[in-house]
Design a protein around this ligand. Structure first.
Ligand code: ADP
Length: 492
């Protein structure tokens, strides 16, 4: 029994370079922990600049052959990858929960969203086309070709160990690009399983390479390479800025999905019960560790108390535990450091007058409990939150829901927009004019109106302001991996 997997070959612990499983040149390993227990579950190859250069060289060598294959062939291979991955759902979701801590039900949800990206881009591969333009004169004709940008460096985080990969790798391969992927060091097992299945599906050696380890060294080797023409990154705003600055050196394209600070506005005409339910779904999903998680709840003063009561009842009812256990609705955070950082922000708020309606501390497990070593924090609601608290401006990335009050639509919109971030925003109202006007005024790349499940393979995903640049998913997500070439034909 290997971590309880049905197919033990899906547990891969080496790097995947040019179609082969390799160790780091210096033999270094990195430990992958189960965040629910704090204990190691695997040791994987810890790679750096050397292995990255080898992976980039393999991807560069395979670029032209892959790009020149008919789109129908690339689509067929992506389709087979999709089918291999779907068949491995049980094992992959188990790996996701083991290394990221999220409850199995959430791993399954992420899996279903993530495979939908592979399927979608397998289909989109064949729908790409250029233009034939009306010429202004008799002697020339103009056309455009959509061509793959080249080798792509993809860097992904631990909070969605599966879907952040599929939404980058699938459009890249569909467009005809080759890829060097660096998954988070915290969650490499899901990524390696995806690479194993890509190989089985017939993705040629060198077209998809996967390695992790020394993140700055790997990132730097990607950034400095002339061959890498694009960086696709999801992660923190700080690292995203470094990558964007570095990309200037060789004028690479970048797509960056960075931090968020999502407001959730509950207007006075909202359905309070539904709003409370959806705040919990959005704010406590993945223990609050997603870039589109509700980070600030703004509630109209007239319904504030009723809303807080409904919200607190739901948050207090969340069941904390190991993601592998049936009935767990909130898992651990990713690391001990993540718990420390969250605790600091909660302490800051409590010190400035916020009140914990529930939670507000680490759980007290019984002696001898397996989970004592895990990275847990209690599901928390804070009332009396104000703009002078750190959590108004900074991402919480934890299971904490702060509630702020407002008195008018203008004030709600002003508070919502008062941040450097602009990824997702939500608001609940029954008034159609308000729905339209507020959706227009919110400075966010994605707006949920009476809905928090805003992501889909068919809809563009991305942020404004310091939340990022570029879009993933949808037809726009494919375009990010294509250059437009003008061909002018002289016929005079
Ligand atoms: P998070 O808070 O989600 O961990 P990070 O930005 O630190 O955000 O991590 C996102 C991804 O970026 C991970 O794969 C991580 O290893 C990688 N990363 C971190 N630092 C760098 C860096 N200097 N260069 C390239 N990638 C990096």
């Amino acid at each position: 029994e290997v971590l309880g997997l049905v197919n033990k070959d899906l547990l891969r612990t080496q790097a995947y370079v040019n179609g082969e499983w390799i160790d780091a040149v210096d033999g270094k390993k990195l430990e992958v922990l189960n965040p629910a227990t704090g204990k190691p579950i695997a040791r994987v190859a810890h790679c750096g600049a050397n292995e990255t250069r080898a992976a980039v060289a393999a991807a560069a060598a395979q670029f032209e052959p892959w790009a020149r294959r008919p789109a129908k062939e690339r689509a067929g291979i992506l389709r087979r990858w999709y089918e291999e991955v779907v068949a491995a759902r049980e094992d992959i979701t188990r790996l996701m929960t083991l290394e990221s801590g999220k409850p199995l039900a959430e791993s399954r949800g992420e899996f279903d969203n993530g495979v939908a990206s592979i399927e979608w881009f397998a289909e989109e591969a064949r729908r790409s086309c250029g233009d034939v333009l009306e010429s202004p004169d008799r002697s020339r004709r103009f056309m455009t070709l959509k061509q793959p940008v080249g080798v792509v460096g993809a860097i992904t985080p631990w909070n969605f160990p599966f879907s952040m990969i599929t939404r980058k790798v699938s459009p890249a391969l569909a467009a005809g690009c080759t890829v060097v992927l660096k998954p988070s060091e915290a969650t490499p097992l899901t990524a390696f399983a995806l690479a194993e299945l890509a190989g089985r599906a017939g993705v040629p050696a060198g077209v998809l390479n996967v390695l992790t380890g020394d993140a700055p060294a790997i990132g730097d080797a990607m950034i400095k390479s002339e061959a890498v023409r694009k960086i696709g990154f999801t992660g923190s705003t700080a690292v995203g800025k470094q990558l964007m600055a570095g990309a200037a050196g060789t004028v690479k394209r970048v797509s960056l999905e960075l931090g968020g600070n999502a407001p959730f506005i509950v207007f006075e005409d909202a359905d309070v019960e539904k709003a409370a339910r959806d705040v919990v779904a959005s704010s406590h999903r993945n223990s609050g560790q997603t870039c589109i998680c509700t980070n600030r709840v703004l509630v109209h003063e007239r319904i504030h108390d009723a809303f807080v009561e409904a919200l607190t009842a739901r948050v207090a009812a969340l069941r904390l535990g190991s993601g592998l256990e049936q009935g767990t609705t909130q898992g651990p955070l990713i690391s001990a450091v993540a718990v420390d950082r969250l605790e600091e922000k909660v302490q800051d708020a409590l010190g400035k007058g916020a009140v914990a309606a529930c939670g507000g501390r680490r759980p007290r497990w019984e002696d001898g409990s397996q989970l004592r070593g895990g990275f847990f924090y209690e599901p928390t609601v804070l009332t009396g939150a104000t703009v002078d608290m750190r959590m108004f401006h900074e991402e919480l990335f934890g299971p904490v829901t702060p509630v702020y009050k407002f008195g008018s639509d203008d004030e709600a919109v002003q508070l919502a927009n008062d941040t450097q971030y602009g990824l997702a925003a939500y608001f609940y109202t029954k008034d159609l004019s308000r729905a339209w006007l507020v959706a227009e005024r919110l400075q966010y790349g994605m707006v949920g109106v009476n809905e928090v499940a805003i992501t889909s393979e068919v809809a563009p995903f991305g942020g404004l302001k310091q939340s990022g640049i570029g879009r993933e998913q949808s037809k726009y997500g494919l375009a990010e991996f294509q250059d437009i070439k003008t061909v002018c034909l002289g016929i005079g």
